[in-house]
Design a protein around this ligand. Structure first.
Ligand SMILES: C[S@@+](CC[C@H](N)C(=O)[O-])C[C@H]1O[C@@H](n2cnc3c(N)ncnc32)[C@H](O)[C@@H]1O
Length: 277
């Protein structure tokens, strides 16, 4: 395993260790947000796989809501063992510690794949997409969330450039130090970005502007600690423009590729079906 992948594991292990213990109340899971944007169901009949399940919130939701399905939850972080322990009562989920870039499964075994915010943190996202294609049955579906590069939003594009520069420094910090830094920063970012965006969002016509403001999704002064840690602590961050991502999916024989932007975060929801013909 590459050093940068070990750093990714260390960074998320710290975050998940906190989040698994904290039981943070969340208004909606990522799964629910993504599903609400799509006309087709993410969960198909049969076996589903979540790649990069992190603290397991989406997996828990899916396993409870679709109790007749069987699920495989994959993450390369050893914190998946804690998640497995916590979700042991759910008998329709199997947890596997493995890399998204080398899934230990045979070809064509899975009916649908869901992966939120994972492949862009890997050393080779295209290889991850090719692995999803490999393990899916023909006509199986993939629902992914991947960061966008904000090529069509000047405010976010230039904010991103500044953050990318700062990240060079912050990814060197020990996770504990970075987490404390994010906890101090969160209320300021909330006041500077989330509160004005929230107010603008209520003004009907200014909703478009509110959507362009970074961190517009904060609802509480300390809501942003985990997101800031994710932004400043993960060593790898790959970002996609619409055409590039569409092309990457099609190269892996996915058809009917649907790309939609999640309104209040920074990325693409991709929904596609495998078509091996
Ligand atoms: C941003 S978190 C997303 C977690 C979860 N999907 C969620 O939405 O809460 C990224 C997750 O991907 C995992 N991850 C990163 N690179 C990976 C890889 N190569 N193979 C498997 N998991 C990976 C990390 O350990 C982390 O749990």
């Amino acid at each position: 395993m590459k050093k940068i992948e070990q750093q990714t594991i260390a960074s998320y292990a710290y975050l998940w260790n906190k989040e698994i213990k904290q039981e943070r109340h969340i208004h909606k899971t990522h799964f629910e947000v993504v599903q609400s944007m799509l006309d087709s169901p993410i969960v198909q009949k049969g076996i589903g796989m979540e790649i990069g399940c992190g603290p397991g919130r989406d997996m828990e939701f899916m396993a409870r809501a679709y109790s007749e399905n069987k699920f495989i939850a994959v993450d390369f972080n050893f914190s998946i063992l804690e998640v497995a322990k916590k979700l042991r009562p759910l008998k329709n989920v199997f947890f596997v510690r493995a890399s998204a870039l080398a899934l230990p499964f045979k070809n064509g075994k899975v009916d649908f794949v869901y992966s939120f915010g994972v492949l862009h943190h890997t050393v080779d996202p295209a290889k991850g997409i090719s692995e999803i294609d490999r393990i899916l049955k023909d006509k199986g579906t993939a629902t992914l969330y991947l960061y966008e590069n904000h090529e069509d939003n000047r405010i976010k594009f230039y904010s991103l450039k500044a953050v990318t520069l700062l990240r060079r420094l912050t990814i060197q910090l020990p996770p504990r130090v970075l987490y404390s830094f994010c906890a101090v920063l969160s209320p300021f970012i909330y006041l500077l970005f989330s509160v004005p965006a929230g107010l603008l969002g209520k003004l009907g016509k200014a909703k478009g502007l509110a959507d362009k403001i970074p961190f517009n999704f904060g609802k509480h002064p300390f809501d942003l600690v985990g997101d800031l840690f994710d932004r400043f602590g993960t060593p790898i961050e790959v970002r996609y423009g619409r055409e590039e991502l569409d092309g990457t999916m099609r190269r892996e024989k996915f058809s009917n590729v649907i790309l939609k932007k999640i309104p209040d975060t920074a990325g693409w929801v991709v929904y596609a079906a495998k078509n091996s013909k």
